[in-house]
Design a binder for this molecule. Sequence first.
Ligand code: SF4
Ligand code: FES
Length: 337
Amino acid sequence: MSEEVIKFKVTIDGHTTEVAPGTTILEAARQIGGGSVPPAMCFYSKLEKSGGRCRTCLVEVSKGSEKDPRPMPKLVASCRTTVMDGMEVKNLTSERTQEARKAVTEFLLVNHPLDCPICDQAGECHLQDLGYMHGNEITRTEFERRTYEPEDIGPYIKLNMNRCILCARCVLAANQLTEKREHGILFRGDHAEISTYLNKALDNDFIGNVIDVCPVGALTDRTSRFASRVWFTKPLDVTCKCDKCSGKAVLWMKGDEVIRVTARKDKYGEVEEFICNDCRFHKKDLKYWNIEGPRHISRHSVISANHYEKTTDAYEKIEYEGAKEISLKDELNAEEQ
Ligand code: SF4
Ligand code: FES
């Protein structure tokens, strides 16, 4: 006799889906897709215990569940809140959520320098995208920003602590992918910083993945720093035979030159399969790779604007004034391309 599979119904911005108990609101929203998906600066589905640090994924729960329909009084972090049967959630359709996201963006930018013109992450930076969507034109803070000197943490990775938003993804990635982690978050509160233990170098086989999981330009690839703006490069899906990882990567080409090698990322900017340091840092030549074809950028971001076909993540029309404005703009942009 087959066991009955229990599913919870959840409605986000008017779209209903069914998910397994224990699913978070964010994962349910990703199942629906489009503009209902809250941004996530610290959650990373491939890393255990991620999320709950940045608050960009706040949403309004307007109905708790079928059994207890009372709304939740405060906005909740969608990456850490599991769905209940009959729950109703507002993301794009909630003015409170949009206001809160604006405030969180302002908070994340309090110490973050506006050095996008010289930052290697520009074009792929999640904070840059968040700033475009929700940022203020001017800062209201009168305090001096925290500043640190850029640091080489190992032969391949540059730490620019000024840009770090303390999402802890790199620490979790190092913990979960490498044999021994040699860096972490030191100190507390506004003194908190990413650092290596006694200036140890990060040189484990899979440590290069901290560059890919970093949502901002705090950890960058020393072997390709300042080589090119990312929108001037052409990404190619490639594979190679590798005994350490799947060998599935993306080559970022400038003419015939391989500028950098990264893992493949999905439309939420998350790595599909982590790659080893050999593939990332030591195979910067086409002779090592089999080319599958051009990489299609499916994430809605600066890099996809004016460059590629309409992204699969284009905003859907939703009955909310702000949302309509966003989707209209998006459509116009797509038509111009
Ligand atoms: S260095 Fe990057 S990944 Fe690590 S905590 Fe800072 S922002 Fe997050
Ligand atoms: S993504 Fe949910 S708190 Fe950061």
